[in-house]
Ligand binder design. Structure first.
Ligand code: HH2
Length: 271
């Protein structure tokens, strides 16, 4: 399976890399359409920042931010829209407005009733690993073995999702790069990503512009494209099947070249 490229549409005042830039719905919609034109396979719309230290927002506030954006992008018909939320009320409205995927950074722990909704609506679901919560997750994260621990967590969350009626083929898993991880944890997850594939569901991966890239390169948050491409291409080579990114066009090029190098189908051989 080639990688799906998921373009990020943050409708927040405080996201770590583009907070406030697309808070106005019209700007967020235009941004989503730009990412679609660059070849995004999915658009992930989010109304709550999960950056370290971020304050929680109410469902009402989150919905005010995302509703018009989800509705407009879903009405475009393609690409499909994902809602980045942990809240039942937000997911319910977004699915009713045309979203087809729920991307939950708490893996259905924040509001477990979200699982039954996803089962009933038969949408795709991303189960992501996070240690602690966004306010505290970067305070000295400790694992016995970062990959084994995350694998055990995701196995348990897959079991929960299945028990609530979500079909196996609609489940994605995500190691949660940067969510309660040191630089070394993040790097080890890149190297050993293939071990998570043993769980069954395809792997989603989100490292775009994250702070470990800044720590390695010294680059400011909007200058991390080079590091983001390297990280995502290696994750792809090691088994990631969905890449959640801020810059879709350059990432698509990176994946195309990686495919050519590894002997997969290329743009030229496809034509
Ligand atoms: N990372 C972020 C948000 N949602 N979802 C998945 N599945 N995987 C991730 O790695 C992931 C995610 C954080 O990035 P961003 O949306 O750019 O920032 P913020 O949370 O500050 O809005």
């Amino acid at each position: 399976m080639p990688a799906r490229i998921m373009g990020i549409v943050n409708v927040t005042p405080d996201s770590f890399s583009d907070g406030g830039v697309f808070l106005d719905p019209e700007r967020a919609i235009a941004h989503g359409r730009r990412l679609a034109a660059e070849g995004a396979d999915l658009l992930d719309v989010g109304g709550e920042s999960t950056r370290p230290g971020a304050e929680a927002v109410t469902a009402e506030e989150e919905l005010v931010r995302v509703a018009a954006v989800v509705e407009a992008l879903a009405r475009d018909g393609s690409p499909p829209v994902s809602i980045d939320t942990s809240k039942l009320a937000v997911a319910e409205s977004a699915l009713s407005l045309g979203a087809g995927m729920v991307n939950d950074v708490t893996a259905l722990r924040a509001e477990p009733e979200l699982a039954a909704l996803c089962a009933e609506r038969r949408c795709e679901v991303v189960l992501m690993h996070m240690l602690g919560d966004p306010r505290t997750m970067q305070e000295n994260p400790v694992y016995e073995d970062v990959v084994d621990d995350i694998k055990a967590f995701l196995a348990e969350r897959i079991e929960f999702a299945l028990s609530q009626g979500i079909e196996q083929e609609r489940i994605w898993i995500d190691p949660g790069i940067g969510f309660g991880k040191t630089v070394e944890h993040n790097l080890e997850l890149h190297r050993r990503l293939g071990e998570l594939a043993e769980l069954g569901p395809p792997i989603a991966f989100g490292s775009s512009r994250k702070s470990f890239i800044g720590k390695l390169t010294g680059a400011a948050v909007d200058q991390r494209l080079g590091g983001s491409i390297a990280s995502n291409v290696i994750a792809y080579a090691n088994g990631a099947r969905m890449l959640r990114v801020h810059e879709v066009g350059p990432m698509r090029d990176g994946v195309t070249v990686a495919d050519a190098v590894s002997g997969r189908r290329t743009r030229e051989s496809a034509s």
